[in-house]
Design a protein around this ligand. Structure first.
Ligand SMILES: [Zn+2]
Ligand SMILES: [Zn+2]
Length: 311
């Protein structure tokens, strides 16, 4: 019984998605097949709610592609389909409720709102970059932050954005590294350190890449930068010793909390784990035990994490 209901729902969605152009779906009442005007909110004949927003409950005119409810702007195309499925089944299947689906819809809303009200671009572009961060799309996230900084070079959020940008570039670099494109990976890691020189993890990766390229001097320079960003970092100390580089005594032990760089403090305040955070699933920490700098081994990239990322 239940299975049949679910199957019907799935088939209905599939049929609607493939068979009918979207204008046809919305102009004909899905309940009684009466033709509706573009300005109608409910069916003249059967009172079916033709374009109801499932998020905020607003009854939109048939012509609306995005919810016109205050501060909503939810894309409606998918809802017109979901609205056909009874609420219980919808909940049972969690249709349209996954975090990924919600973030996807929010990205569509942002595109729409950017066009509708460019004066809100600051808030919208910031949110867009945060969504990519949440979805764990470092490439899109990095580009989004770069665009933001280009548009709003004097933003008050600059310190936190450069921290985010730097992390996104580091993760993006790892994607190239895991595909064997070391040149591009290095460029991303270098860009990550340029965006936020306090990103110790990014410096460690620069050190590792230089080390793999047998450029020991540049590697040691990078490990020293990592240690300056994070005094006491064991990986940096290990390789500096290996490369016989003198280590300033003050950098051998972790500093007390008071001395945490401002940028990293900002990251902590807004919910980003402070470095050195446990490595997210998409990254492999360049820690001592994982791969020695001379080993050509390329770590097996971790599987893409599910949409319900930990960020
Ligand atoms: Zn009707
Ligand atoms: Zn709405």
């Amino acid at each position: 019984m239940r299975f049949t209901r679910i199957l019907t729902a799935v088939l209905l969605v599939a049929a609607l998605l493939t068979a009918l152009p979207s204008w046809a779906i919305r102009v004909i009442c899905l309940q009684c097949s009466t033709i509706a005007e573009l300005t109608d909110e409910t069916c003249k004949k059967c009172k079916y709610e033709l374009n109801k927003c499932l998020k905020c409950g607003t009854l939109n005119p048939v012509s609306a592609d995005f919810c016109e409810g205050e501060d909503c702007a939810e894309p409606l195309a998918e809802m017109r389909l979901l609205g056909r499925i009874d609420e219980e089944t919808r909940k049972e299947l969690r249709l349209g409720q996954s975090e990924r689906a919600q973030l996807d819809r929010e990205l569509q809303s942002i595109d729409y709102l950017l066009e509708k009200d460019p004066s809100k671009a600051g808030k919208l572009l910031f949110r867009r970059a945060r969504i990519y961060q949440q979805m764990d799309f470092p490439a899109k996230e990095a580009v989004a932050w770069q665009e933001y900084l280009q548009k709003f070079p004097d933003t008050k959020k600059k310190s936190i954005i450069t921290v985010f940008l730097s992390e996104a570039l580091r993760k993006w670099g790892y994607l190239f590294y895991s595909q064997g494109d070391k040149e591009t990976a290095l460029a991303k890691y270098v860009a990550a350190t340029a965006a936020n020189p306090a990103n110790a993890e990014a410096w460690l990766w620069v050190g590792r890449m230089k080390s793999e390229a047998k450029d020991n001097k540049a590697a040691a320079d990078a490990y020293l930068k990592a240690l300056e960003a994070e005094p006491g970092n064991k990986t940096a100390i290990h390789f500096l010793r290996k490369f016989k580089r003198q280590i300033p005594a003050a950098l051998l032990t972790p500093v007390k909390k008071v001395a945490v760089p401002a940028a990293r403090k900002a990251a902590t305040a807004s919910g980003t784990p402070p470095a050195p955070a446990p490595a997210p699933q998409t990254t492999v920490s360049p820690d001592v035990p994982s791969v020695s700098p001379d080993a050509p081994a390329i770590p097996v990239p971790a599987a893409q994490p599910p949409a319900s990322g930990t960020n």
